[in-house]
Design a protein around this ligand. Structure first.
Ligand code: COA
Length: 349
């Protein structure tokens, strides 16, 4: 579904705050290999992942969201947000949404607050939602948080998925500004294909799977993914979506300074970069240290790159995501003059 960039004065969403936060507990490949039939070499070769962070006992998605949100607000000068969006696949509960609690805990009671669900594409869908609210004047300042605790839905005995996913949160603050100023996001491409909804699922816990046939089985309660098929879709959809965003802006791959893909796994990222004809070194990647963190992965990768000084004012970035649904999306972002990323209280290793 192509969308056009808002163009009236003061109606563009401009990045002015950014932070990432991961829980302190690090789980290495060797630690997983001690309890699963896997090994460090297999995991690194197939996924590029060395370690991931995992939430502590009782630590919920909102806890991670609040930490990243607080840091992002601290990094952004200006008034408090009037809108809080949390995008997640692992909300604290099916009801209510996680965002109102996060807003309350951040001292933002009264703000509009709601969740966006698009699995690993959630952050790009959330950006488009925030940009739309700003474009129509309903919001002037939005706190958007991508947060996921996959450790709560992945079966710890499922070696195929336990090695891939990690927990984390990333947040951005967006303010109303001009479409051509550094920091502006735009040229969104969003899409979905529900015919493949069975490739990435949690079968139980929603309205489809009720208690009529007894308690859900262990398999139904956990995250399931058909990895090989997901891999193929991810590469194709991300490359196509990336091209669609570039096409809307009248740009070529060569015009990009950085490609910031959803950190699914390193092979997918490199395949997409190769497909686009983009040198792999322009692909921002931190999946080795955090794994696939779902809706958190793009803001975590951005925060990591900003903290390492890899992003310069005026750099042109393309963000591209893919996830269950299937869903996908891309948008362009010019890096703002004032780097909106303070030293986080906790960093990736
Ligand atoms: N350790 C060791 N062996 C493992 C393993 C692990 N952690 N997980 C799976 N295997 C085994 C499989 O059981 C299979 O064994 P078999 O041949 O005896 O059946 C073998 O390794 C090969 O599995 P295969 O699925 O062919 O591996 P692959 O090269 O496709 O890699 C994934 C598997 C999951 C890493 C890969 O398919 C993938 O990255 N998919 C996309 C996942 C993703 O990024 N999803 C997020 C999208 S938002």
């Amino acid at each position: 579904m192509p969308t056009t960039t808002p163009s009236p004065p003061g109606s563009a969403a401009v990045l002015c705050g950014l932070a990432g936060w991961v829980p302190p507990r690090v789980v290495t490949n060797d630690e997983l290999a001690a309890r699963l039939d896997t090994d460090d070499a297999w995991i690194r070769t197939r996924t590029g992942i060395r370690s991931r962070h995992v939430a502590g006992p009782g630590q919920a998605t909102s806890d991670l969201a609040v930490e990243s949100g607080r840091l992002a607000l601290r990094s952004a000068a200006g008034p408090p947000p009037d809108t809080v969006i949390v995008t997640t696949t692992t909300p604290d509960r099916p009801c209510p949404a996680t965002a109102p609690l996060v807003a309350f805990r951040l001292g933002l009671s009264g703000a509009a607050a709601f969740d966006v669900g698009a699995v690993c594409t959630g952050f790009v869908y959330g950006l488009a939602t925030a940009a739309g609210l700003i474009a129509c004047g309903t919001a002037r300042r939005v706190l958007l948080i991508g947060a996921d605790t996959y450790s709560t839905i992945v079966d710890p005995l499922d070696r195929a998925n336990a090695v891939i996913f990690g927990d984390g949160a990333g947040a951005v603050v967006l303010r109303a500004g001009e479409p051509d100023e550094p920091g502006a996001v735009g040229h969104f491409d969003l899409g979905s294909d529900g015919a493949h909804e069975d490739l990435i699922t949690v079968a139980a816990g929603g309205s489809r799977r009720r208690g009529t046939a007894g308690e859900p089985s262990r398999t139904e309660r956990h995250f399931a993914m058909r990895g090989k098929e997901v891999y193929r879709h991810a590469v194709t959809r991300m490359a196509t979506s990336a091209r669609a965003s570039l096409g809307q802006a009248g740009l070529q791959t060569a015009d990009l300074d950085h490609f910031v893909p959803h950190q699914a796994n390193l092979r997918i990222l490199h395949s997409v970069a190769d497909d686009l004809g983009l040198p792999r070194e322009r692909c921002v990647a931190n999946v080795d240290a955090v794994g696939n963190t779902g809706a958190a992965s793009i803001p975590l990768a951005l925060a990591d790159a900003a903290r390492r000084g890899c992003l310069q004012a005026g750099d042109r970035l393309l963000l591209t995501a893919f996830g269950g649904g299937l869903t996908w999306g891309s948008c362009l972002l010019t890096w703002p003059a004032h780097a909106p990323c303070p030293q986080p209280e906790r960093t990736t290793p």
